[in-house]
Design a protein around this ligand. Structure first.
Ligand code: FRU
Length: 327
C-alpha cells in the first residue's frame, strides 16, 4: 500500500558554512524523525553555482522523489530547477525563491516585507533625518533583491532620509570588511545607519566602525535573529546592533510541506513564514520563548534517539528469534 512506501528527498543546499543554514538542516532532521517513511540526501554546494547545478542534476538522475532546493544564485540555477520540475519531480523551493513558476511549492519569509520592516525601523531610529547605507550579499540572490526593494521603497518615502549607497556582492567576510572600511574611511560623516542584510554582515560592520572609532555614531540593523553567542538576538541584547528582522529558516515547515506533497495531501503553493522586528523592547521575551523551544527540541531529539535505539534492540531480538527458529 501507499503508506508503506519509502520516499527519498534530495536537498540541494547552497551552503552550510553558517549557523542559519545549520539550524535549517537541524530543523529538517528533527521533523524527519516523525516521518519514518522519508529519508533525505543532502548536497552542499559550498556557495558554488556550477557545483549546485551539477548536484541538482545528480539528484534528478537518481531520481529522488522530491527535490528541496535553496538556490545560491536564483537566476543561474533556475534552468536546473525547471528541469527537475518538468521531469515530474515535485520541487520545493526554500528561502531563496526563483522568479519562474516552474516549482511545486515555496517555504520562506517574504523578503520584501523584511526590507520594509528595516526601512520603517530605520526611519524611527533616525527620527526622520539621516543617511543610510545598505549591505547585501549577492546581486542575484532572491533575498537580497527582495530586501533591497522593500527597504528602498520605504526609504524613498521619507524626504529627509538620504540613501547613500548599496554595497552588494557575493562577499567573503574579509572582502566586505575591506569594502566597508574603504567606504567609511572616505567619509565617516556620510553614514548614520547601516542596514545589513544579515546579522553576520551587521557584526562585521560593527567591527569596522569600532576600528574607526565611530561605532557609537552609526546605528545598525541586521536580519535573521538567531539564538547563540554573537548571533542576532545576542547582538541586540548586547546593544551591538539596534534591531534584527527575524527571518526563520523554515526547516521543519519544509519537511511538513514535502511530506504533504509526497502523500498527495492538500498543500499550499506559497508557505509564508513569520517575520518581525526584534529590538531591545522585545528581545528578552523572544529569547525566553526561543530557549523554551530549544529545550523542547532537545527533548524531541533525545526521544528520537531513544526510539531508534529501542528499534535497534527490538530488531536484533527479532533476528535472534528468527535465527533460533531455524537452528
Ligand atoms: C544564510 C543566509 C542568511 C540569510 C539567508 C538568505 O546563509 O545568508 O543570513 O538570511 O541566507 O538566503
Amino acid at each position: 500500500s501507499n503508506e508503506k512506501q519509502h520516499f527519498r528527498i534530495g536537498f540541494s543546499q547552497c551552503g552550510m558554512s553558517d549557523r542559519w543554514r545549520e539550524e535549517m538542516v537541524e530543523g529538517m532532521n528533527r521533523e524527519l524523525s516523525f516521518y519514518p517513511e522519508l529519508s533525505m540526501i543532502l548536497k552542499d554546494s559550498k556557495w558554488n553555482n556550477k557545483v549546485q547545478y551539477a548536484q541538482i542534476e545528480e539528484l534528478i538522475n537518481l531520481p529522488v522523489d522530491l527535490l528541496i532546493v535553496s538556490p545560491n544564485d536564483s537566476k543561474y540555477l533556475e534552468p536546473a530547477i525547471t528541469k527537475a520540475y518538468q521531469k515530474g519531480i515535485p520541487v520545493l523551493v526554500v528561502d531563496r525563491r526563483v522568479f519562474s513558476d516552474q516549482f511545486t511549492a515555496f517555504v520562506g519569509a517574504n523578503n520584501y516585507v523584511v526590507g520594509q520592516h528595516a526601512g520603517e525601523y530605520a526611519n524611527i531610529l533616525l527620527n526622520g533625518h539621516g543617511r543610510v547605507l545598505e549591505i547585501g550579499f549577492g546581486p542575484h540572490t532572491a533575498p537580497a533583491i527582495g530586501r533591497h526593494n522593500g527597504f528602498y521603497s520605504v526609504i524613498q518615502k521619507y524626504p529627509h532620509i538620504q540613501y547613500v549607497d548599496y554595497l552588494n556582492k557575493d562577499w567573503a567576510d574579509k572582502d566586505l570588511r575591506g569594502a566597508l572600511m574603504q567606504q567609511l574611511k572616505k567619509n565617516p560623516d556620510l553614514t548614520d545607519l547601516i542596514f545589513a542584510h544579515n546579522d553576520r554582515c551587521a557584526l562585521i560592520a560593527y567591527q569596522v566602525c569600532k576600528e574607526l572609532g565611530i561605532e557609537k555614531k552609526i546605528k545598525l540593523i541586521g536580519v535573521d535573529g538567531l539564538v547563540g553567542n554573537n548571533l542576532g538576538l545576542d547582538l541586540v541584547k548586547k546593544g551591538i546592533i539596534h534591531a534584527t528582522i527575524l527571518y526563520p529558516t523554515g526547516g521543519e515547515e519544509s519537511i511538513r510541506v514535502a511530506a504533504k506533497i509526497l502523500r498527495k495531501q492538500a498543500f499550499e503553493k506559497e508557505n509564508q513564514l513569520f517575520t518581525s522586528v526584534i529590538d531591545a523592547q522585545n528581545v528578552n521575551i523572544m529569547l525566553a520563548q526561543l530557549n523554551k523551544l530549544r529545550e523542547q527540541h532537545a527533548d524531541i531529539e533525545h526521544q528520537a534517539t531513544r526510539i531508534k535505539d529501542l528499534t535497534k534492540i527490538f530488531s536484533s531480538q527479532q533476528a535472534v528469534l528468527y535465527l533460533s527458529f531455524f537452528f
